[in-house]
Design a protein around this ligand. Structure first.
Ligand SMILES: [Zn+2]
Length: 356
C-alpha cells in the first residue's frame, strides 16, 4: 500500500515536470537571427535582430575588345572568334568566385560601341555591344566607367556603352552616373571617380556624391568608391592616391577600390577600412602579352545587424590575367601553390610601407 502511494507520487511528479517542460517555448538559434528573449509577464512581442553579410568581389581593368590599329591575330576579338563566340570562356576560371558573392565589380576600360570616329590619342579601344555577355556570363553585376579609355570613341562611344550596359541589365557608375543597388536589404551605393588630382574642388565633388548616396531618398548603408588613378607600372601609390583614398574614408566611404597602373599595388588599412590601391589588370584586351600578368581579386565581407555595420573583413585572391604564361589568352585564373604564394608575398610587400 505504501509502495503504491510512492508510485503515484512519482508518476504525478513526472507528469508535472513533463507539463512544465512542454510549456517552455523552444529556442531556435540560427546563424542569421539573434532572438531576444522577452519577459513573458511583460507581454511584449519578441523582437528579432536581423543579421546579414554582404560579400563584394572586385577586380581591375577589363578591356573587352582591342585597339583597331593593332594586328587582329592574338587579340581579344580573335579569341572571341577562336572560342566561336562562347562568351563564358573569358570568366570561366573565376566565375565560381563571382557567382557565390553578393556583388561583383570591375573597371570597364573601353567603350562597347560601333562608333567609328576615334579620339586623337595613342590607344583607342572598343568592343562589340555583345561583349556585355562576357560580364553577364561571368556573374559581374556592375562596372566602373570613370577611366581614361571610356571616351576613346568620343561621346557616341560612351553613350552607346551606357545604353548597351543598361540593355543588358548591368549596373554602371562613373562620370554623371552613380549606382545604387539593394542586396539582402542592404543598400549599396557606388561611385566611379578619376583620381588624377586631390584638389579642394575634387574633394568637394566627392563629398557631394557621397552625401547624395547617404541622404534619405537613396539611404545607402554601404558606400564604395572606385578610383582610376596612379601611375602605369608603378607598384606604389602616389601622394594623390593616398590623399584621396584616406579622404574618402574620412567622409564615410566604406571601401576604396583602385585601378589603372596595370600592375598590383598594396592595400592600406585606414581607420579600420580598406584602401585597395591597384588590383592590376584583369580580362585585359589592351595587351596581347604583358610581361607582368600578376593581379588579384579583392573580396570584402560586411556584416550588418539591423542594417548597421558591425564588422568587416577583406581577402586577397591572387590571379594571373591569363591561364597560359606565353601570351594573354584573356582568361583570368586564380593562382595555386608557389605561384599563389609568390603573388601574395608581392602584394604583402607592396602593402608593408602603407601600413607602418
Ligand atoms: Zn587606365
Amino acid at each position: 500500500m505504501f509502495l503504491k502511494k510512492k508510485l503515484i507520487i512519482l508518476f504525478l511528479c513526472f507528469f508535472i515536470i513533463s507539463f512544465v517542460l512542454s510549456s517552455i517555448p523552444a529556442i531556435v538559434v540560427s546563424a542569421d537571427t539573434d532572438i531576444q528573449l522577452t519577459n513573458t509577464l511583460g507581454g511584449s512581442i519578441p523582437q528579432e535582430d536581423v543579421w546579414s553579410t554582404i560579400t563584394i568581389s572586385a577586380a581591375g581593368d577589363v578591356t573587352l575588345g582591342r585597339d583597331a590599329i593593332t594586328a587582329y591575330y592574338g587579340s581579344f576579338d580573335h579569341e572571341v572568334e577562336l572560342q566561336k563566340s562562347n562568351y563564358s570562356y573569358f570568366m570561366k576560371n573565376v566565375k565560381h568566385l563571382f557567382e557565390t558573392d553578393d556583388l561583383t565589380i570591375v573597371n570597364l576600360e573601353g567603350p562597347l560601341t560601333k562608333a567609328t570616329i576615334a579620339a586623337e590619342k595613342q590607344f583607342r579601344f572598343k568592343g562589340s555591344a555583345v561583349y556585355t555577355e562576357v560580364l553577364k556570363q561571368g556573374s559581374i553585376e556592375a562596372v566602373n566607367l570613370a577611366n581614361n579609355h571610356m571616351f576613346d570613341y568620343q561621346d557616341q562611344g560612351y553613350w552607346d556603352t551606357v545604353s548597351n550596359l543598361s540593355g543588358a541589365n548591368l549596373g554602371y557608375f562613373g562620370f554623371e552616373h552613380k549606382y545604387l543597388t539593394e542586396v539582402k536589404g542592404i543598400k549599396i551605393g557606388m561611385l566611379g571617380l578619376l583620381g588624377w588630382d586631390s584638389s579642394k574642388q575634387k574633394k568637394e565633388e566627392i563629398k557631394k556624391a557621397v552625401e547624395s548616396l547617404k541622404e534619405q531618398g537613396a539611404g545607402a548603408n554601404l558606400i564604395i568608391a572606385s578610383f582610376h588613378w596612379g601611375e602605369e607600372r608603378k607598384y606604389t601609390p602616389n601622394k594623390i592616391q593616398k590623399d584621396l583614398g584616406r579622404y574618402c574614408i574620412d567622409i564615410g566611404v566604406d571601401l576604396v577600390l583602385g585601378h589603372h597602373p596595370h600592375v598590383v599595388q598594396g592595400i592600406e588599412t585606414y581607420k579600420g577600412k580598406s584602401i585597395v590601391y591597384s588590383m592590376g589588370n584583369f580580362c585585359f584586351g589592351g595587351n596581347k602579352n604583358p610581361t607582368d600578368k600578376d593581379a588579384y581579386i579583392y573580396q570584402h565581407s560586411f556584416n550588418f545587424k539591423n542594417n548597421v555595420l558591425q564588422q568587416e573583413e577583406g581577402q586577397v585572391i591572387p590571379v594571373s590575367i591569363s591561364s597560359v604564361k606565353t601570351r594573354n589568352n584573356y582568361q583570368p585564373t586564380p593562382l595555386k601553390g608557389i605561384e599563389a604564394d609568390r603573388v601574395m608575398n608581392k602584394i604583402k610587400n607592396c602593402s608593408l610601407g602603407l601600413n607602418q
